[in-house]
Write a protein that binds this ligand. Structure first.
Ligand SMILES: Nc1ncnc2c1ncn2[C@@H]1O[C@H](COP(=O)(O)OP(=O)(O)O)[C@@H](O)[C@H]1O
Ligand SMILES: [Mg+2]
Length: 255
């Protein structure tokens, strides 16, 4: 098996990355793909909490073992969510976050690609060595942006870096389900400010009022029939996104 690494990132925090990542995981699950979620939001990762899995191991423990030649199998470090989805959690002890060396990222990805169809990587919004390395070794990256001027301006700077470095294996999504009041900039304005096309838009209808109830139950929204029926249009968009992100047409850029 040669799995694909898909990273979800942004230039601003709280834009809905983790929520979208979990929704994509749910969609891949219904497509019967084996999914590993790696929580590289090292300082404030919340995937294990949101999925209500009690992880004994985390990403730092795995890297520590690798550095000391004690690493044998990935399954010793992942936590099972359901029959298709496993989680490699962010450090349980936040003091371990700064000890994660980016040189292990490609090694972790290579190990994961042998066992999973899709490796979904959650990130923080800080463009540090960790995130740059993740972007570098991703099959595809998904940029989440909001209808927010500062966010869009920062996105423009990042996009010009990408143009300089010829990075083109990314897609963009405008998430209107977070700040439902803020849709004063049109898609046309957004394209002008960021200098990129918006590939997908999640509508403000996808604002889930009782999202905390799902969190308490460790439930993934896209695995809930009622939510899917009620929000079919946005779910269809996420389904398209999920398929596009792992489409073989991007394989030229695969590393
Ligand atoms: N579609 C949505 N409906 C309601 N609340 C949402 C939605 N998407 C995100 N949120 C809430 O917004 C906050 C930030 O979302 P999150 O996915 O954690 O963003 P990020 O990972 O970019 O920091 C969380 O409290 C989350 O529950
Ligand atoms: Mg997050």
């Amino acid at each position: 098996m040669a799995g694909k690494v898909v990273s979800i990132t942004s230039v601003k925090g709280g834009v809905g990355k983790t929520t979208l990542l979990l929704n994509l995981a749910g969609i891949y699950c219904t497509l019967n793909k084996r999914v590993l979620i790696i929580d590289f939001d090292l300082y404030s990762g919340g995937v294990a909490t949101l999925l209500d899995v009690k992880n004994k191991k985390d990403i730092y423990m795995m890297i520590d073992s690798m550095g000391n030649n004690r690493f044998t199998e990935l399954k010793d470090y992942v936590t099972v969510y359901n029959k298709n989805i496993d989680v490699l959690a962010s450090p349980k002890d936040p003091r371990d976050a700064s000890k994660v060396d980016s040189k292990f990222i490609p090694i972790i990805f290579d190990v994961a690609k042998k066992e999973y169809d899709v490796i979904l990587v959650d990130t923080s919004h800080i463009l540090d060595e960790i995130n740059l390395t993740i972007l570098d070794y991703s099959y595809m990256s998904l940029f989440v942006i909001t209808n927010d001027l500062v966010d869009l301006k920062n996105m423009r700077s990042l996009m010009s870096i990408f143009k300089d470095t010829n990075k083109n294996n990314y897609l963009t999504v405008l998430n209107n389900s977070r700040d439902t009041g803020k849709d004063y900039l049109s898609l046309y304005d957004i394209r002008n400010i960021t200098g990129v096309n918006i590939d997908y838009t999640i509508s403000k209808n996808y604002y889930i009022k009782n999202v905390d109830k799902f969190v308490m139950d460790g439930e993934i929204l896209t695995l809930n029939k009622k939510v899917n029926t009620f929000h079919q249009r946005d779910v269809d968009i996420m389904q398209k996104m999920a398929l596009d992100l792992i489409d073989d047409r991007h394989s030229k850029e695969e590393r």
